[in-house]
Design a protein around this ligand. Structure first.
Ligand SMILES: NC(=O)c1ccc[n+]([C@@H]2O[C@H](COP(=O)([O-])OP(=O)(O)OC[C@H]3O[C@@H](n4cnc5c(N)ncnc54)[C@H](OP(=O)(O)O)[C@@H]3O)[C@@H](O)[C@H]2O)c1
Length: 305
């Protein structure tokens, strides 16, 4: 049995994904801009992820831009039948690497075609509409026009399923009146738990919740409590943080990011880690249920993807 499979699986629409996936953002250069220092290493990470049973890769054409998707294509194309690649649109990169809103219908259509070309596919499995009303955190704003444009691309058959990213509960409710939503990708981890009620709501609706920054993002989680629980479990703190997410709710899918094969192996091994109820209770003190903890939580600057 592949190691990642020990996390179990969940449905993204009609696509079954292993709950331990991989986030490809770290494969671009520094600040997710430009090429990586070691392209062969990036290719090795992707191939190793699949060898360990991962069948869910999260990406975007604005990583690089274009570069991460081109590396995925070079490493994995022709794609395994069970591989599900989830991409996101709604932003573009400035010449200085800044993250800019690109949510007009024309920009969204062009982004879908960029993703198709760079990934080398005829249909995108899942496209998340990355809302950019506030780059760093969910903020209210009317998504009717951008979502209608994406739904039209789904109707044309070049997008299979739609998700939302950086979305509020109101926006998710509005979106669900317009089209099927298979996943929501927001910032969430041990120390950043503002979406606790949303995770439960989505679970009861059969919608996946895919936390970004599951390890804390560019500044990985650090906490004495996490270290202690990890030591008691014989695991690393970051493996423990991933195991906590897997146990938190069955609709949570993991996409930890790394540019290192060694870190990838450690992360995927967390699929087999079981936390006792005492360990979970101790970890729950870090962020406080429904709260945003003070440790290792990403700053607005690091939350800008
Ligand atoms: N929708 C959005 O707005 C949004 C925003 C951000 C990210 N995302 C998606 O979410 C995915 C995950 O987020 P992320 O990659 O930013 O953050 P993350 O998974 O929370 O953490 C990645 C960071 O942790 C380090 N790391 C990973 N495994 C490690 C290990 N075993 N030991 C020590 N350090 C380790 C990585 O460095 P190394 O490379 O050195 O391992 C990197 O600095 C991204 O890849 C992307 O697909 C989406």
């Amino acid at each position: 049995m592949y190691q990642a499979n020990q996390a179990g699986s969940y449905m993204l629409g009609d696509l079954e994904v292993i709950r331990m996936g991989y986030g490809a953002m770290q494969l671009a250069g520094p600040h997710v801009f430009g090429p990586p220092g070691d392209r062969q290493q990036a290719i090795a990470v992707l191939r190793s992820a699949l060898e360990m049973g991962v069948n869910h890769i999260d990406t975007s054409d604005f990583y690089g831009p274009h570069i991460t998707n081109q590396i995925i294509r070079e490493a994995l194309h022709p794609y395994r039948d069970d591989l599900v690649i989830v991409t996101k649109i709604g932003a573009r990169r400035g010449t200085d690497g800044s993250w800019l809103k690109a949510m007009s219908p024309a920009e969204l259509e062009s982004a879908v075609y960029d993703n198709l070309r760079n990934l080398g596919v005829e249909v995108l499995d899942v496209v998340n509409l990355r809302l950019m009303f506030d780059v760093a955190a969910p903020a209210e704003g009317d998504l009717e026009a951008p979502l209608a444009a994406l739904a039209e691309l789904k109707r044309k058959g070049i997008v299979r399923h739609i998700g939302l990213s950086n979305a509020t509960a109101n926006q998710i409710a509005q979106a669900r009146t317009m089209t099927d939503i298979v996943c929501v990708q927001n910032q969430y981890n041990l120390a950043h738990r503002g979406d606790d009620p949303l995770v439960a709501q989505l679970a009861s609706a059969g919608i996946a919740y895919v936390p970004f920054f599951p390890l804390g993002g560019f500044s990985p989680l650090q906490s004495a409590t996490l270290e202690q629980v990890a030591a008691d479990c014989g695991a690393t703190p970051l493996q423990t943080a991933l195991a906590w997410l897997l146990q938190r709710s069955p609709n949570i899918l993991l996409i930890p990011g790394t540019a290192s094969v060694g870190h990838l192996r450690q992360n995927i091994a967390a699929a087999a880690l079981h936390l006792s109820s005492d360990a979970v209770a101790a970890l729950d003190t870090i962020g406080g249920i429904g709260g945003i903890g003070g440790i290792g939580a990403a700053t607005p600057e690091t939350a800008s993807q």
